[in-house]
Structures are given as structure tokens and as C-alpha cells.
Design a protein around this ligand. Structure first.
Ligand code: ADP
Ligand code: G6P
Length: 481
């Protein structure tokens, strides 16, 4: 039997246009999702549909499609207007769904125009899908920006199997219920055949929202999944914790350039220890809380002054959105204030880097760190926590991890779990991490690495694809939808 082709739909294409000395060039982006999905597209054949990230331009389309062909897949770039970008991306996606799904209700702006544009732009994605749809491909839509795509596809007569994966958390009923379009959004979601979420917590939250807000849906559960019967169709809801390409990170960590940079960072640290954090500039990542916890550590352990450093990288993100801009000022105020309080000639407590850094530098920092401090206030998964462990080919280093990251559900045995809101608790975990004997570090890190080697992103894709192959196939009564 010929394998079904796959159509991947995500807000961003895994390609972008860069200008090199005035010449536009398309480049493949790095990132776990791309690494994991490309082999599937190459094997089964298929198309990736996503935002081109630039203004509409035939030349851009040609460049992107040529680069995609070089990488062994096809792509359909989508162009959104400035007005659509403001209302769909900056508006509904990032000032409604992103804060709501991360329990930041105070950052939400429930503008009716945002919802209207969200559906309109999702319909634009659906049009692009229909332009390549032949009735037999598997359609896989990604993330919170595109929850309405299946509903728009059904309106366009698509009867095929459509799956969705949410990379963010799904909130509890009490939070979700605040959304003015709460039932509409759930009805949109129910047009998918498979809804994948990161953790059991998220599936439980979605199921409880469905029970309250769509009482006519009939729900049953097995030990692996929830099934929803709705309008004669069966929808599967299941958790699939995303992961990273473990082997790729472990191998890259051994590259001579990374080795060299690691040695140089360690040499520059002298005898001191290094705590490392790297995050997008996002209020969900808990960067101010983390800085304050580090300040608390130095205050209660003056002997650590001069002997430990925090290297915090903040990668600029979503800069046109008000909450993100305010966060930068807050972080910089705290860095200045803690550095002002503790700096001594020749030693600065916080090394703050506000820019993106090359991949080799990131890997070297993972390898050189004594402690990775990953303390989001809420996070779908958090790949930084997993990447840190994958690069620790020496089995050293301690992961201090927020219990509110999806990763905590899998990594609790090897990491030191903390409540990121509890500053003294985080300071205490940092003390424990900095003082942990090497044999205990090794024991924990080996556990984490053994787990990640097996639970890698390739397994994630395969499990998801296997489940899609069986939904809307056996048991579903969609045939006359
Ligand atoms: P989020 O998806 O919310 O940003 P994650 O922790 O899940 O949070 O993923 C962040 C990703 O960004 C990781 O894969 C990490 O390697 C990557 N990353 C971090 N810093 C950089 C950088 N300077 N350049 C490129 N990628 C980076
Ligand atoms: C998170 C989201 C992704 C998003 C990424 C970067 O990981 O789950 O969907 O692409 O952040 O955010 P941006 O808004 O720059 O795409």
C-alpha cells in the first residue's frame, strides 16, 4: 500500500528569507520540529504550508520553494497583510491565546476584531491546504495560532483526516472560561480528528472544558486516550510530550568547535561556578522571578559572592506586543540592581546577554554550566531543559526545573523541581545544586539522558503519525459527513 503523503501546516514555515549583502536568500531554520518532520516529508512526500514571514512577492515564493526542493520537500508560502498580522498574530494569537493558555489573564486583550481576523487568517491557511489537497493526504496542523484551520477546511468540503498538536499548555476550566469565544473555539477544535497535547495535565484540562462547555459531546476514556463523539464523528484526544533530537545534540556537543568554546568559557570562569539560563524574552519564562531568586541566594550566602555567576541569555521575541516590551525594562532594572548590589572589581554576578547567539555558543554554554536554571511560570514543554541534558556527554551538571513546565512530568526523577514563584525555594535548590557531589550529579544526569535517548523527537513524530493513521479510519462514522 502506498504511504499517505503528509501536509504540515504551521504558522511559521521552516524556511526564512535572509538578506546577505543586499541579496535575498532562503535558508532552512534550525529547530527540533523541522529536524523531526523533514524525514517524514522526504519519506512519504508532502508539503509544508506556513507564513513566509515577508511581504507578498513572487521572487520570495520562488526562493522559498527552491530551497524547500533542495531540502527534499515542497512548500506553499502564505502572505499575511499588516492588518492581518496585527489582529491575527499580535492580536488573537499573542494577546489572547498565548497569555490565556499560560494563565496570564492580565495580559489578555479580548478584542472582537482579533477573533474575526483569527478565523479569517486561519481560513487563508485552509485555502492554501485546499490548493494542494487531493483527498488522501494526512493533514497535520500545529499550535495555538491555527486552532480554527480544520473548521475552515470542513467548510471547504474537506473530509479527510486532520490532526492538530498544541505546543503550549491547555488551561484549566476556570481560566479558559474567561475567553468570550470559549465555546466557538472548542467547536472549532472538534473539527479535528486527533488533538494532541503535551501532557496529561493538558488533556485533562481540555476534557473538562469540553464537558462543561460542549455538554452534548459524549466522552469516554481509555488508559491512553479520551474519545469524543460529536455530530456523528469520533475525535481522539491524547498526550504526546514533544522532545528533541537527542543524538543530534549529543553529537554536536562533541564537535571540535564546541569543545574549544566550552574550554574557553570554563577557563574564563576561573574557579567559579556557572548557572545558566536561556529563554525567549517572554513573560511566561519567569526571568524576573529567577533573577530575584539568584539575588536572594547571594544575600543569604555571602560566601558565594565572587564564586558563582549567572549567565542569562534573553532572545528578543514578539517585540511589538506591549507585555514583551515592558518585560525587557523589568529584566534590565533587576540585572542592574543585583549587579549594583554585589559586583566587585573583577567579578560581576549576572552576565546578561540580550540577543540571539550562534548555536555552537549555546551548546558550549550548556556544556560549561554547572547548573541550568529553567524556571518558567508555565510552559507547554520547555526544550531547553532537554537540550541541556542531551549535551551533557560528561554526565555532569544539575537541572533546576520549574514544576510548571511540561518537561517536569517526565524529568522529575533527575531534576531538582522548584516552584518558580517561591524565591527562597529556588535559592535553596540553587544551593543544593551548586553543592551537589559529582557522583550524585552523574546519577541524576544519567537517568535523564537514558530517558531522553529513548523519548526523542523521532519517537514523538512516529507515535503521533501512528495514531493519526488509525483515527477517522477504524471506528469513525465520518463517511457520510
Ligand atoms: P519556546 O518554544 O517557548 O521558546 P523552548 O524552551 O521549548 O521555549 O524552546 C526554545 C528553543 O529555542 C530551544 O530549542 C533553544 O535551543 C532555541 N534557542 C535558544 N536560544 C537560541 C538562539 N540564540 N538561537 C537559536 N535558537 C535558540
Ligand atoms: C513557541 C510557540 C511557537 C512559536 C515560538 C516562537 O514555541 O509554541 O508556535 O513559533 O514560540 O514564537 P514566534 O511568535 O516568534 O513564532
Amino acid at each position: 500500500m502506498k504511504e499517505r503523503e503528509v501536509v504540515i501546516v504551521s504558522n511559521r514555515l521552516p524556511l526564512s528569507i535572509k538578506h546577505d549583502q543586499g541579496v535575498a536568500k532562503a535558508r532552512r531554520s534550525s529547530g527540533g520540529l523541522v529536524t523531526a518532520l523533514l524525514p517524514i516529508l522526504r519519506d512519504k512526500g508532502g508539503v509544508w504550508i506556513g507564513n513566509a514571514g515577508t511581504h507578498e512577492d513572487e521572487h520570495a515564493t520562488e526562493l522559498l520553494q527552491q530551497e524547500a526542493r533542495n531540502e527534499g520537500f515542497a512548500c506553499v508560502p502564505i502572505y499575511v497583510t499588516e492588518q492581518e498580522d496585527r489582529n491575527f498574530y499580535e492580536g488573537f494569537s499573542n494577546q489572547v491565546l498565548w497569555p490565556l493558555f499560560h494563565d496570564f489573564i492580565g495580559e489578555c486583550r479580548f478584542e472582537p476584531a482579533y477573533w474575526e481576523f483569527y478565523r479569517k487568517v486561519n481560513a487563508k491557511f485552509a485555502d492554501a491546504v485546499m490548493s494542494v489537497y487531493r483527498g488522501d493526504q494526512t493533514l497535520w496542523v500545529h499550535d495555538y495560532q491555527l486552532m480554527h484551520v480544520a473548521a475552515a477546511l470542513r467548510e471547504r468540503g474537506c473530509k479527510g483526516r486532520v490532526a492538530f498538536f498544541l505546543h503550549t499548555p491547555f488551561p484549566s476550566y476556570d481560566v479558559f472560561a474567561k475567553l468570550p469565544w470559549r465555546r466557538d473555539l472548542l467547536l472549532s477544535l472538534l473539527q479535528y480528528d486527533l488533538i494532541g497535547l503535551q501532557t496529561e495535565r493538558d488533556t485533562r484540562n481540555l476534557v473538562s472544558c469540553l464537558r462543561r462547555l460542549v455538554p452534548e459531546a459524549v466522552m469516554t476514556s481509555t488508559h491512553t486516550a479520551h474519545h469524543v463523539m460529536f455530530q456523528g464523528r469520533r475525535i481522539v484526544i491524547q498526550d504526546f510530550p514533544i522532545s528533541i533530537d537527542f543524538e543530534e545534540f549529543a553529537q554536536a556537543a562533541r564537535e571540535p568547535e564546541v569543545e574549544e568554546r566550552t574550554r574557553s568559557i570554563i577557563a574564563r570562569m576561573g574557579m567559579g561556578q556557572m548557572i545558566f539560563g536561556v529563554d525567549r524574552q517572554d513573560y511566561t519564562k519567569g526571568i524576573p522571578h529567577r533573577l530575584r531568586a539568584y539575588g536572594a541566594l547571594l544575600r543569604r550566602r555571602p560566601d558565594l559572592v565572587g564564586r558563582v555567576r549567572l549567565v542569562q541569555i534573553v532572545v528578543p521575541s514578539r517585540q511589538n506586543i506591549p507585555g514583551y516590551e515592558a518585560l525587557k525594562a523589568r529584566i534590565e532594572h533587576l540585572v542592574a540592581s543585583i549587579n549594583g548590589e554585589f559586583t566587585q572589581p573583577g567579578w560581576v554576578p549576572i552576565h546578561y546577554i540580550h540577543r540571539s547567539i550562534p548555536r555552537e555558543e549555546l551548546l558550549a554554554l550548556y556544556r560549561a554550566a554547572n547548573v541550568a536554571l529553567v524556571t518558567p511560570l508555565k510552559d507547554g514543554m520547555n526544550l531547553v531543559a532537554k537540550e541541556f541534558c542531551a549535551t551533557r556527554i560528561d554526565d555532569h551538571g544539575v537541572l533546576v526545573l520549574s514544576e510548571f513546565a511540561g518537561a517536569a512530568a517526565e524529568m522529575y526523577r533527575g531534576a531538582l523541581l522548584v516552584n518558580p514563584f517561591d524565591l527562597e525555594g529556588v535559592a535553596g535548590a540553587l544551593e543544593q545544586a551548586l553543592e551537589m557531589p559529582l557522583n550524585q550529579q552523574q546519577e541524576r544526569m544519567r537517568k535523564l539522558r537514558r530517558f531522553l535517548k529513548h523519548a526523542n523527537v523521532h519517537r514523538w513524530v512516529n507515535e503521533f503519525m501512528q495514531v493519526i493513521e488509525h483515527v477517522n479510519h477504524h471506528g469513525s462514522t465520518r463517511s457520510n459527513h
